[in-house]
Design a binder for this molecule. Structure first.
Ligand code: SF4
Ligand code: SF4
Length: 141
């Protein structure tokens, strides 16, 4: 007889306890600033060294030059080659969010964000193409 009574006591007690589970997705969890989720790319900083590509254990990241066709400019009789510009393509389905690419980047062009909501029905949508503003501009023309 003692057991059902104990169970009832436990049940009533738990009815008034504070919830310990999160009500996601209705309430968003607080994510630690060191959490590694979606990788961000700053095209203005990238120097195209490809260290991130070599460091990636999942073969998930590519750095692509976007202005191969840009002509050198002439300034005071000197030929100045076009500054190389790059975009970054990450396959979010392959990425294991290890942070090796962000840690190894010599100019801090890559960083981890806290954006973890990356699920999608379509694998193609997980190819994250972070374009250089230059490329976006030239496609508008
Ligand atoms: S976080 Fe890791 S797996 Fe993802 S792109 Fe960077 S190095 Fe590759
Ligand atoms: S390591 Fe950094 S600078 Fe080098 S290619 Fe990758 S993003 Fe660009």
């Amino acid at each position: 007889m003692a057991r059902p009574l104990r169970a009832w006591r436990e049940l009533v007690k738990n009815l008034f306890r504070k919830h310990v589970t999160g009500q996601y997705p209705h309430t968003k969890p607080v994510i630690d600033k060191n959490y590694r989720a979606k990788i961000l790319f700053d095209a203005n900083k990238c120097i195209g060294c490809n260290i991130c590509v070599r460091n990636c254990p999942a073969d998930a990241i590519k750095i692509i030059q976007v202005n191969q066709d840009e002509k050198p400019t002439e300034v005071d009789g000197k030929t100045i080659p076009a500054k190389r510009k790059f975009k970054c393509v990450i396959d979010l389905a392959k990425c294991v969010y290890c942070g090796q690419c962000t840690d190894g980047c010599p100019v801090k062009a890559l960083s981890s964000s806290q954006d973890f909501e990356l699920a999608h029905f379509n694998r193609e949508a997980l190819i994250d193409e972070m374009k250089h503003p230059y490329e976006t501009e030239s496609k508008k023309k």
